[in-house]
Ligand binder design. Structure first.
Ligand SMILES: CC(C)(COP(=O)(O)OP(=O)(O)OC[C@H]1O[C@@H](n2cnc3c(N)ncnc32)[C@H](O)[C@@H]1OP(=O)(O)O)[C@@H](O)C(=O)NCCC(=O)NCCS
Length: 144
């Protein structure tokens, strides 16, 4: 059995450890302890972890800009996959976002991450081919 609870800043180290050991998930300067605390403060109650026994076995982060929701860092440890944990975590995010009036959410997935793409498509998420995402980085912040 697993228990889902809101992620707190104290979970930072365990969540980063989870992401570091997961191919397909990238860690940036935006994932520093300070940035993560800021994100959690700006988006209270919208990021979750799953405790499995005494381990932190899965996580997801989400937030919104007042208009759309954004999910990131959905990771489940390999030994706990295909038990519905990711789906339960995502549902918690979507339900909380819906309660705030946010009904449409996005997630970025590396094109090389076929497993993640298969997951999102199986859950009814639609691959966007009608938009190009452009990003701009201020000089000196290339790993932002
Ligand atoms: C993608 C990931 C989060 C899915 O976690 P999970 O807990 O295994 O997912 P669930 O158990 O909720 O899966 C529910 C359904 O999604 C689909 N699904 C899940 N993983 C899948 C995969 N690897 N390939 C195809 N379909 C998949 C299945 O339909 C599954 O139902 P089923 O087990 O009854 O067949 C997990 O594989 C993971 O952590 N991957 C590495 C990190 C990553 O790439 N994260 C996404 C970044 S955008």
């Amino acid at each position: 059995m697993y228990k889902i609870r809101p992620m707190t800043a104290d979970d930072y180290q365990a969540v980063v450890a989870l992401m570091k050991q997961t191919p397909g998930v990238s860690l940036r300067e935006a994932d520093s302890r300070e940035s993560t605390s800021r994100y959690l403060e700006r988006n209270p109650g919208l990021s979750f972890v799953a405790e499995i026994g005494d381990r932190l076995g899965a996580c997801v982060m989400s937030g919104h800009d007042g208009r759309r929701g954004y999910l990131q860092h959905l990771v489940v440890l390999p030994e706990y996959r295909r038990r519905g944990i990711a789906t339960a975590l995502v549902e918690r995010c979507l339900a909380e976002l819906e309660s705030l009036g946010i009904l449409k959410c996005h997630i970025d997935v590396f094109k090389t991450n076929a497993q993640a793409s298969a997951y999102w498509e199986s859950r009814g998420w639609r691959l966007r081919t009608d938009i190009n995402r452009y990003s701009f980085v201020r000089t000196g912040a290339e790993n932002a």
